[in-house]
Design a protein around this ligand. Structure first.
Ligand SMILES: [Mn+2]
Length: 424
């Protein structure tokens, strides 16, 4: 299913008067509105192929119907999101869940939908049907060299698929670790993992990056071999200049100061990619901005400040991706909400008066520093984000159009009620 451009324009037209009033107000309130609008239009967030179906938990899964049955249908779904918000112009694939049978056709279909291929994701956290050796006790850390070899070869195969599609990054997330004290020799696990990653790194094309994603716990509950940003940075530093740390918001212990982690990784030139989601307890994979919006703002504030300090391009110099999937919402509505939350928070971070903040910091004026940050956070930037979206050809209110056009009902009609997206 597609939503015609004229339909989106019709809906926009109905809202125009009210929108213009709100836009005039905010443009009056803030400095450099046009510059912010351009940055918002340039900023794209990649959608992972596994977020298009209803997520499951280990207790159950409640499908909503009309889920994409193939890579082609996943691209179609992201194309719908992008048509509505003009900010979801990339897709991140997971191998082996989304092996492109015919790379040229898949590339052409993505291009028709205005999408490019973001980072490729490998999977050595599950055993696949027919797989020779098991990852039950880890993949790249494994005591058996043959298991490590299998994991290395899988990652090299993922790079090969990525090259065919025009991707330029590989994200490696390992579930390797241990569940009980004594199970694992920590240094040996690290060295095996480093050696395996080095062999994958050696197969990276010159223009590619490797993202080493860390996670504090789950599925292993005693130790994780890439467990925090320190360990990831250690691997990335040992690997070389094409290797970076990837920060996933849900992969920290409770109350970790993620904004400080981001600031220091940027300082070291080692922040490569970012996975957005939100959480209350652990890796809850909830909608971005739904639980801790102020934390998200503080993180974005450091991202903008740190990238500007290094002269980085916000839109292109980091890999931005949503990594969330859960049980109770229509996945496409959830993704529209997540992208909206990201754009709103990015806009607020762009508004922060950094010169004043710097002065407050140098004067130890703690009260003023808080006032400056919260003034930005409490600014209603919804009209700015909507304006950027409309100028790019999207909808002023994407979620409202999605519902009025009965997208989910149409997808269920087309695909059926009992479909299950691959990989979940
Ligand atoms: Mn992730």
């Amino acid at each position: 299913m597609t939503i015609e451009k004229y339909k989106i324009e019709e809906y926009n037209h109905q809202l125009m008067q009210e929108h213009q009033r709100k836009l005039d107000f905010i443009k009056d309130e803030v400095n450099g509105a046009e510059e912010i609008l351009q940055k918002l239009m340039d900023f794209q967030v990649a959608i992972p192929s596994w977020a298009l179906g209803t997520g499951g938990t280990r207790f159950g899964r409640f499908g909503g119907g009309g889920e994409p049955r193939s890579l082609e249908e996943k691209i179609e779904d992201i194309g719908l999101l992008h048509a509505l918000n003009q900010s979801s112009g990339a897709i991140s694939l997971h191998i082996p869940w989304d092996i492109p049978e015919n790379a040229n056709n898949i590339k052409a279909l993505a291009a028709q939908n205005g999408l490019r291929f973001d980072a490729m994701n490998s999977n050595t956290f599950q055993d696949q049907p027919g797989q020779q050796l098991s990852y039950k006790f880890g993949s790249m850390q494994h005591v058996d060299k043959a298991v490590r070899r299998q994991a290395i070869e899988h990652n090299i195969e993922v790079i090969k698929y990525g090259v065919e599609l025009g991707s330029t990054a590989l994200t490696v997330w390992l579930s390797d670790g241990s569940c009980f004290p004594g199970q694992l020799h920590f240094r040996r696990a690290f060295q095996n993992t480093l050696d395996s990653l080095q062999q994958v790194y050696a197969a990276l094309p010159d223009n590619w990056k490797m993202f080493v994603e860390y996670k504090a716990f789950e599925p292993n509950f005693y130790s994780t071999t890439v467990g925090d940003w320190g360990q990831s940075l250690l691997y990335a530093t040992r690997l070389g200049e094409k290797a970076y740390t990837l920060v996933d918001l849900g992969h920290h212990l409770p109350n970790a100061n993620i904004e400080q982690i981001v600031a220091l990784l940027l300082m070291e030139g080692k922040l490569g990619g970012f996975h957005f989601n939100d959480s209350k307890y652990g890796d809850d994979d909830l909608t971005v901005g739904s639980i801790k919006p102020y934390q998200l703002f503080l993180i974005f504030n450091e991202l903008v400040e740190g990238m500007d300090a290094r002269g980085m391009n916000h839109a292109t110099d980091l890999g931005w991706m949503i990594d969330a999937s859960h049980n109770v919402k229509d996945p496409l509505e959830d993704l529209l909400q997540s992208v909206e939350a990201i754009m709103l928070t990015y806009a607020q971070a762009l508004l922060a008066d950094r010169k004043m903040l710097n002065e407050a910091q140098l004067q130890n004026d703690v009260v003023a520093a808080q006032e400056i940050l919260q003034a930005a956070f409490r600014t209603d930037v919804r009209a700015l984000v909507a304006e950027a979206r409309m100028r790019a050809g999207g909808a002023l209110k994407p979620l409202a159009v999605y519902r009025k056009e009965k997208v989910r009902e149409n997808l269920i009609k087309q695909r059926g009620l009992k479909t299950v997206a691959t990989g979940l």
